[in-house]
Write a protein of this length. Structure first.
Length: 158
C-alpha cells in the first residue's frame, strides 16, 4: 500500500524541481487565461469538480503536472487540477495590501503614481529582487514584492 502511494505521487512531479511534462520549474506562477475554469479533484475529466474559478487573469501557482493537466493552488492555498489550455504564461499578481503605492522608481521614497486597492489583479512587467513593475487600470509603477502574491521572493523578470 505505501509503495503504491509513493508511485502515484511520483507520476505527477517532484515537489521542487522540474515538471515531468514540460521540464519547466516547479513550483511556478501562471495566470488564468479563461474567465471560468473547473478545478478538479484529479487530472482528468472524470474526476469530480471541487469548485470553479471565475476570475480571468488571477495568478495561480503550478505545483505538479500530469499529461495535459496542471495542479494549481491560489493565494489561499486552495487548489486542484486544471486543464493546461485554461492557463496563460502571462504573469499577474494579486495585491495584498490596501492602497499599495505604485512608485516611479523602485525605492521606498519613490514618488507614487497611483495606489492599488487590496485584491486588485495587476500585470507584471518586470521584477527586480525586492520590487516589481506593475500595470493596472492604465497606471504603471513599481511595488514592493512583499505586498503582492504571484511572484517568487528571489524571482527576477525582464
Amino acid at each position: 500500500m505505501v509503495i503504491a502511494i509513493v508511485l502515484f505521487i511520483g507520476t505527477f512531479a517532484a515537489a521542487e524541481g522540474r515538471g515531468q511534462v514540460t521540464n519547466l520549474p516547479l513550483p511556478r506562477f501562471v495566470s488564468m487565461k479563461a474567465t471560468e475554469a473547473n478545478i478538479r479533484r484529479g487530472p482528468s475529466l472524470t474526476h469530480r469538480i471541487d469548485w470553479v474559478y471565475k476570475q480571468k487573469d488571477i495568478p495561480l501557482q503550478i505545483i505538479a503536472e500530469h499529461g495535459h493537466w496542471r495542479r494549481v493552488r491560489d493565494r489561499d492555498g486552495a487548489g486542484g487540477w486544471i486543464h493546461y489550455s485554461l492557463l496563460s504564461g502571462t504573469r499577474t499578481v494579486l495585491v495584498e495590501r490596501d492602497m499599495l503605492a505604485l512608485r516611479k522608481t523602485p525605492t521606498p521614497d519613490g514618488q507614487p503614481e497611483a495606489h492599488l486597492e487590496l485584491g486588485v489583479i495587476a500585470r507584471v512587467e518586470e521584477c527586480e529582487l525586492g520590487w516589481c513593475r506593475l500595470s493596472a487600470g492604465g497606471y504603471k509603477g513599481w511595488a514592493e514584492k512583499v505586498f503582492v502574491w504571484g511572484v517568487g521572493t528571489n524571482e527576477i523578470l525582464e
